[in-house]
Design a protein around this ligand. Structure first.
Ligand SMILES: O=P(O)(O)OC[C@H]1O[C@H](OP(=O)(O)OP(=O)(O)O)[C@H](O)[C@@H]1O
Ligand SMILES: O=c1cc[nH]c(=O)[nH]1
Ligand SMILES: [Mg+2]
Length: 212
């Protein structure tokens, strides 16, 4: 797989271990949901390592002092529905004041093309750091369309966070949006004839919500 400057792969053992449990077909809905949330928090810890700080004056029980606090640009978390919803609480645990947008996309089962059914973003979107999340980056079509939509609304500072990616999706997303920082829990082997990630974990939305 070609190396791209804007792509971060997590090799932390805790993330890798949790992803392995996610993959198991016997992992049930409740455990699956908790794992997705925990992985999102661990990835978010790294993905948000460039949030700007400012020195703020506070008073400790001992004396007044200046101390760093997160400042300036505000955060928007934008899950791609449905499966991206599973990652929101994990990121919110790190930045509870973040605003949340939603982009509704589903992939046509035959053409694998994404179809939009919802878009609501917090304003002013152009002043926010935006974390788009979706556990799966397969062909890349959904992530590409979601980010195109956000840019049309004025979003500029965009990060994309996923749990499992296929090489095809990473390449396509990088080529379509080279300005977007991409965070990937694990890079899998390839896509199959149904555009599912191999070995993957199956349909993330169905596993999070217990559908199908
Ligand atoms: O990279 P792509 O080839 O576009 O595939 C990835 C998309 O497919 C899944 O969503 P799905 O269409 O299954 O919708 P759901 O989350 O509602 O189940 C997944 O959560 C991504 O959004
Ligand atoms: O493997 C895949 C591909 C797309 N969407 C999923 O949920 N899983
Ligand atoms: Mg699905």
């Amino acid at each position: 797989m070609e190396k791209f400057e804007n792509v971060t792969y997590f090799n932390h053992p805790l993330i890798q271990h949790k992803i392995s449990i996610l993959r198991k077909k016997e992992t049930g809905t409740n455990e699956f949901r908790h794992l997705v949330e925990e992985i999102a928090m661990l990835e978010g810890f790294e993905a948000l390592n460039d949030l700007p700080l400012e020195e703020v004056e506070i008073e400790t029980p001992i004396e007044k002092c200046k101390t760093p606090m997160i400042s300036g640009r505000k955060l928007a978390i934008v899950p791609i529905l449905r499966a991206g919803l599973g990652m929101v609480e994990g990121i919110l645990a790190l930045v509870p004041s973040a605003k949340i947008g939603h982009i509704g996309l589903y992939r046509d089962e035959e053409t694998f093309e994404p179809h939009e059914y919802y878009c609501k973003l917090p304003s002013p979107i152009e002043e926010r750091t935006i974390v788009v999340c979706d556990p799966m980056l397969a062909t890349g079509g959904s992530a590409i369309d979601a980010i195109t939509m956000i840019k049309k609304h004025g979003g500029r500072n965009i990060k994309f966070m996923c749990i499992i990616a296929a090489p095809e999706g990473v390449k396509a997303l990088h080529e379509a949006h080279p300005d977007v920082q991409i965070y990937i829990g694990h890079l899998d082997r390839c896509l199959n004839e149904h555009a599912y990630i191999c070995p993957g974990l199956g349909d993330a939305g169905d596993r999070i919500f217990g559908t199908k």
